[in-house]
Every structure is written in C-alpha cells, then in structure tokens.
Design a protein around this ligand. Structure first.
Ligand code: AMP
Length: 281
C-alpha cells in the first residue's frame, strides 16, 4: 500500500496504472473511517484492479462556524484499516497542494443542491463538487464510489459527471448502520453516550415512515408527519428538516408512484446528523 501526498505524484501513478491497462476505482473520504467507508472500499476492490482511497478533510465544504478544525482525524488507524482491504494507494494531500492561494474556479450543481442540506449549509455542495472534480482529474479513476448516506451529495456528483462529461462511472452503496440502526458517521464520535441514545430517533423515525409506507404507499406529507412525530418524542433532538422529495431529482415529491427520498437532518447537542431512506412503490 502506497501513501501519496502530492497531486502530481498521484497523477503519475494513475497514468502508469492506466498505461498497464488496469482499471482504477476511487473512494473519496474525509478519513476517521468506519464500516460504512469500508463497504465502499470493498465495492471498489471487487470492481477494479487498482483501488485508491483518498483522505482529505476538504476545507471548502465547511462553512464558517462548522466543525473543520475539530473534525476527527486518525491517519494511523485509517491506514491500518485500509491495509486490510487492501487498497493500493492512500492519497492524502495537504490543503495547500490541493488549492492554490489564487484559485477562483468552482464547480456547482445548482438545482439539485438547492433544498435539503443545501438550504442549511450555503456553499457546502459547491465545495464538495469542486473537490470531487479535482480528485477525478488527479486520480483519473474509471469508477468512483459514494455512499447513499449522503444522498444529496451523490445526486450532485452524478449531475456534475453527466453535465460536464466526466468519463467515469459513479457507483453508490447503501447506508451501513450500527446494529441498533444508527447510520454510521465519523461525526458520531462527537456524541456523548446519552446523545448517542437520542440519536437513534433519526433511524427510528425513518423506520416508522417505512412501516407506514409498507402498509400502503402514501403521500410525502404523510411520511414527513410520521417521521416528525417520532423525532418530536425524543427530547434533545432538534429537527433541522424532515423532507420527502423525488428520489431522482430531489424536487418536491409529486407522485406516490415514483420513488421518494425521505431525508432528515437534526441536531443532537452540538452534533448535526443526517439520515435518509428511499421508498419505492
Ligand atoms: P465522508 O468521509 O463522511 O466524507 O464519507 C466518505 C464516503 O463514505 C461518502 O461517499 C459517504 O456517503 C460514505 N459514507 C459515510 N457514511 C456511510 C454509511 N454509514 N454508509 C454508507 N456510506 C457511507
């Protein structure tokens, strides 16, 4: 397993790997890995001869007052986990190597990032699509793997790849959960034991909506009402949004006959958590 810090060296490795006719899979992460990330790694391992994991806490996707400075980091532990997959390369650049001081170009999917988290985190998705476009140009993967945990991010990246003719395949992996249902997240490390208990309300709310939908497909409003009721039963869970949208476009859900994304963002203490589920008729 190679550890590469500089974009130029990463590019040279990818050129040589492509010249040998090998397929390259990329899994972009911000590190502090958990089993959700590892599911993406295994998918990449199965689909390509060469697997690159990037670890980069991307400053441009954090807003002022967000958790950039305290985002959890443990490179040694991450490297140990990635060795078991195994990945061929960990690409872990410095922010200064990724962004020149005079950089002024952004990549932005405008519509699909308007609602949901985009409404609460201005500039976040612009930072995500910009860094992912840069990673694609540096690593030159044949495929890149993303988790459905960050469903809006997945849609923004699919939009970008299609709109800008990036020549690669985007593969998505379902949400990996703890045994009790909590969606795995690096930010779960912020939760105290008591907050960790309260955080279960998100997955319970989604499950209640899913059960309601299974009885008979129903409107987005009803799904939102069911989920909101469960969240409101747990003190100390502050809802940011509960929304039901068209799972393909993320526009307001118009028909109960097409797949609906039910998405939640909520604060538990100081920690912002997200979770979602897709309901298909
Ligand atoms: P992050 O390190 O949080 O930026 O996440 C890196 C990638 O892992 C993204 O594509 C996420 O959607 C994905 N991911 C994070 N948590 C999970 C999870 N619980 N299940 C599946 N994928 C996940």
């Amino acid at each position: 397993m190679q550890i590469i810090n500089h974009p130029d060296e990463m590019s040279r490795w990818s050129d040589a790997t492509r010249a040998r006719g090998e397929r390259i899979a990329l899994v972009p992460t911000m590190g502090f890995l958990h089993d959700g990330h590892m599911a993406l790694m295994r998918e990449g391992r199965a689909r390509a001869g060469a697997l690159v994991a990037s670890i980069f806490v991307n400053p441009t996707q954090f807003g002022p007052g967000e958790d950039l400075a305290r985002y959890p980091r443990d490179f040694e532990r991450d490297a140990g986990m990635l060795k078991t997959v195994p990945v061929n390369v960990i690409f872990t650049p410095d922010a200064s190597a990724m962004y020149s001081a005079d950089a002024e170009t952004w990549v932005e999917a405008t519509q699909v990032t308007r609602g949901l988290c985009g409404a609460f985190r201005p500039g976040h998705f612009r930072g995500v699509t910009t860094v992912v476009a840069k990673l694609f140009n540096i690593v030159k993967p044949h495929l890149a793997i993303f988790g459905e945990k960050d469903f809006q991010q997945l849609r923004a990246i699919q939009r970008m790849v299609s709109d800008l003719n990036f020549d690669l395949e985007i593969v998505s992996v379902p949400i990996v959960r703890e045994r009790d249902g909590l969606a795995m997240s690096s930010r779960n490390a912020y939760l105290s034991p008591e907050e960790r208990e309260r955080a279960l309300a998100l997955s319970l709310a989604l499950r209640a909506a899913r059960d309601r939908y299974r009885c008979a497909p129903c409107s987005g409003e009803e799904l939102v009402a069911v989920a909101t009721r469960v969240l409101n039963q747990t003190p100390g869970v502050e809802i940011e949004y509960v929304e039901a949208v068209d799972a393909r476009t993320l526009a307001p859900a118009s028909s109960i006959h097409s797949p609906i994304l039910l998405a939640i963002a909520a604060r538990v203490g100081k920690t912002r958590l997200i979770d979602n589920t897709v309901l298909s008729p």
